[in-house]
Ligand binder design. Structure first.
Ligand code: ADP
Ligand code: MG
Ligand code: ZN
Length: 471
């Protein structure tokens, strides 16, 4: 019997607002415990929440990017449960009426092209953090009240490859909108996977389990593969009813298996109700009609059209927001687009290894622009430019200084080149005769000799031109 995997993803992304969602405490990561707290996020009696407009605007940005329906009026609810890092004993979240509903995004991979529905995206507050040490536990509420956008997909995803493609697309959209740093290690982009299987051809959905808080694409892929196999094996064994129940599971990143954590709460258990401390959210027309930044897919099309860059190259250039910004800086500074593409995505990226990446590159965008311009003006050869780039990696100096220090300035001066040409032709009188008698192939030999004598510093185009004239 053949099976089909059914997956729906919930992504929590931390919005990069300056302050928390319902108070004016700073959002932070890594500050000393409880440094960024106030009566609102500490849940002191009588403290009242006020919505952060920036969080709402960023949620709207997202809704526009996925072509969703935006609700002018949305509601904040209380989701009741107790946990030490949730001092109010309820989380403020959106339930019946979320700000963003019914969007979609396109994914692409070996499976082809596919549209994945996005049921909703709603605003909510994050909880604090419990820290367990030896035989006691501590609570840090710095994160309490940090704005989250929870993005819930339709159960449209059919494999781990599709799941990863969906998440990468979502990540790209969020980064290009610049509404979150979406740093997976720091937990600003984390994913819960809902997964079930069903015999191929059946329409109805089977029991789903939820795997919580996955924060790397690799683990998401592995967790899905493991859980899919577990459910299929149970189906074949006849233990499906017993083994596959609606529950929350955790992924053990050492053993690469999922384990039951708790049975899944039903929505009714949270006793949702509209938070009486907060008015319904009203998004003004001005907030709803904003235009949003250019996304990666649009940039690919534009780079292809405006700069005649190949699709595959354009994809590399938009692989991150920082990469695209670097490239656009080069273009804005009048670098040739083809050279900019190669020198950024091949030469510079080739040197960025280990801890180094485009955000902490030792060679700045200003320097790469200078280097490219030195190539374009024939001040240095393409080959010499590679040495200059390597030198710039190790030494904090200007491009012109590096060229000078390395003695790589290309000679385009007619006098100096002609001097060597005369010398070379003098030394190879016999070959000059042969050439004149019709052995055209020898031209390359003369060029080679002149370039060699010039220690690679001669401008090859100039050498060709002057040599032709002399011969
Ligand atoms: P909850 O708060 O209970 O997690 P949500 O509605 O927020 O519920 O999220 C449910 C997620 O589970 C959605 O992404 C949805 O697409 C997915 N889902 C629902 N039914 C199934 C199923 N049978 N198999 C896989 N995923 C499912
Ligand atoms: Mg869930
Ligand atoms: Zn606060």
């Amino acid at each position: 019997m053949e099976f089909e995997t059914v997956i729906g993803l919930e992504v929590h992304t931390q919005l990069n607002t300056n302050t928390k969602i319902f108070c004016s405490c700073a959002t932070s990561f890594g500050d000393s415990a409880n440094a960024n707290t106030c009566p609102v996020c500490l849940a002191l009696p009588g403290a009242l929440p006020v919505l952060n407009k920036e969080a709402l605007q960023k949620a709207i940005y997202f809704g526009k990017a996925i072509k969703a329906k935006l609700n002018q009026v949305s509601i904040f609810n209380r989701k009741n449960y107790f946990y030490p890092d949730l001092p109010k004993a309820y989380q403020i979240s959106q339930f019946d009426v979320a700000i963003v509903e019914n969007g979609s995004l396109e994914i692409e991979g070996e499976f082809g092209k596919k549209t994945i529905g996005i049921t909703r995206a709603h605003l909510e507050e994050d909880a604090g953090k419990n820290i367990h040490e030896n035989d006691y536990s501590k609570v840090d509420l710095n994160r309490a009240g940090t704005p989250l956008l929870e993005i819930v997909s339709e159960p449209d995803i059919r494999s781990s490859d599709e799941a990863v493609a969906y998440l990468k697309k979502l990540h790209s959209i969020i980064r290009f909108l610049n509404i979150s740093d979406a740093n997976m290690q720091e937990g600003s982009f984390r994913c819960d996977v809902n997964i079930s299987i069903r015999p191929k051809g059946e329409e109805k959905f089977y029991t789903r389990v939820e795997i919580k808080n996955l924060n790397s694409f690799k683990f998401i892929q592995k967790a899905i593969e493991y859980e899919k196999d577990r459910q299929i094996a149970a189906f074949k064994d006849g233990t499906y009813e017993k083994e596959v129940v609606q529950e929350t599971r955790l992924f053990d990143t050492n053993k690469l298996i999922t384990k039951a954590m708790r049975s899944k709460e039903q929505a009714a258990e949270y006793r949702y109700f509209a938070d009486p401390d907060l008015l319904p959210v009203f998004a003004s027309d001005e907030m709803l009609n904003v235009s949003i930044p250019e996304l990666a897919d649009e940039k690919i099309q534009r780079y292809m059209q405006e700069y005649s860059i190949k699709e595959d190259d354009a994809k590399v250039l938009v692989s991150s927001l920082e990469m695209a910004q670097f490239f656009e800086y080069l273009i804005d500074n009048k670098c040739n687009p083809k050279l900019a593409t190669t020198w950024l995505s091949v030469e510079l990226m080739g040197l960025l290894k280990g801890e180094l990446n485009i955000t902490n590159s030792p060679v700045s965008k200003e320097q790469l622009a200078d280097l490219i311009k030195a190539i374009e003006s024939a001040e240095i050869s393409n080959k010499a430019a590679k040495d200059v780039l390597a030198y710039l990696f190790e030494n904090k100096v200007e491009v012109s200084k590096a060229i000078e220090t390395l003695g790589l300035k290309q000679v385009s001066d007619d006098g100096a080149i002609n001097e060597i040409i005369v010398k070379v032709l003098e030394q190879n009188k016999d070959k000059v005769e042969e050439y004149k008698a019709g052995k055209d192939k020898l031209f390359g030999f003369f060029v080679g000799q002149v370039m060699k004598e010039g220690k690679g510093a001669f401008n090859p185009a100039k050498v060709n031109e002057l040599l032709k004239a002399k011969l």
